[in-house]
Design a protein around this ligand. Structure first.
Ligand SMILES: [Zn+2]
Length: 288
């Protein structure tokens, strides 16, 4: 199993290990839910990621994956885990259709989630003391908690200001950390802070390049880290339906099966059906 490109600080030690649970229909159902069920409000994308990861991870950094721990992961690690989940569920080649930016010709590109590059965290991860016009400040990598804190701010500028106050701290007197207001920082300071955060942050590729087979122009295609959110609930329900019809098991029992076993039963049902059709034809019956 791969390791987190960033990792979690556990008792002063950087831990990069994680383990997924065995996949079941129930976990697949959670992936298919468009948002976290909460009364009277639509959850943010970051909340959905936290919800899914806290259900699907068996452990992270040697601990159980509580919501608090999943929220404390760096943004890069959270994206990495979502992509690893796609690899874990199904690493067959994925096909993308692109329209060439040069000649507009459509072409298909295939890739595997496991082949997409990962940039490990920089050496100062997860926080780095740098000099700005105010003096020394500590810059932290953005985490799930930071994503959640700005999820509901619509204005981009305002969201950025909020993020800076969360990620940048100044060592005050008596070694206490003080918040830094964005107004205290110059444009150069902000550039330096952004560069430090970027150098530290782990990252996964969200683009791949492909040459157009027609005009050979290089095209950049977007590849989402959240491919497993595109699983179809309809397919899952159809599978549950087939097994329920055949074996008369309850929905709950079928969803609790490991996904590989559910697939095995579906194959058996299909096989049985094939055999039945075959017998039917062999006896010359074509009615029905
Ligand atoms: Zn082209």
């Amino acid at each position: 199993m791969m390791q987190l490109p960033g990792g979690l600080m556990v008792n002063g030690e950087r831990r990069r290990d994680f383990e997924f649970r065995e996949m079941t229909g129930e976990l697949e159902r959670i992936l298919c839910e468009p948002s976290v069920p909460k009364q009277g409000y639509v959850s943010s994308h970051a909340e959905r990621v936290t919800h899914v990861l806290s259900q699907i991870l068996a452990s992270i950094g040697g601990q159980s994956a509580t919501r608090e721990i999943v929220n404390a992961l760096s943004v890069g690690d959270r994206q990495f885990l979502m992509r690893q989940l796609s690899v874990y569920i199904d690493d067959r080649p994925v096909w993308l259709t692109a329209a060439c930016r040069q000649c507009a010709e459509k072409f298909d590109v295939s890739f595997r989630h496991s082949e997409l590059p990962v940039k490990p965290a920089g050496e100062h991860y997860p926080s780095w003391e740098i000099a700005v016009s105010l003096g020394q400040v500590i810059v932290c990598v953005p985490t799930g908690n930071d994503q959640l804190a700005i999820a509901e701010i619509v204005d981009h500028q305002q969201a950025m200001r909020r993020l800076i106050t969360r990620l940048v701290k100044r060592k005050g007197c008596r070694r206490q950390f003080e918040a830094v207001e964005p107004e205290q920082l110059t444009v150069e300071d902000i550039e330096r802070i952004e560069a430090a955060a970027e150098a530290m942050s782990p990252e996964i590729a969200t683009e791949l390049s492909a040459d157009c087979p027609n005009c050979h122009a290089q095209n950049r295609l977007t590849v989402t880290p959240y491919g497993c959110f595109e699983l179809s609930a309809d397919t899952l329900f159809q599978e549950v339906h087939s097994i329920a019809m055949h074996y008369h098991w309850s929905e709950r029992d079928i969803l609790s099966l490991p996904s590989t076993r559910r697939q095995h039963y579906l194959q058996l049902i299909d096989h049985g059906r094939g055999m039945a059709d075959h017998r039917h034809l062999a006896h010359g019956g074509l009615h029905g």
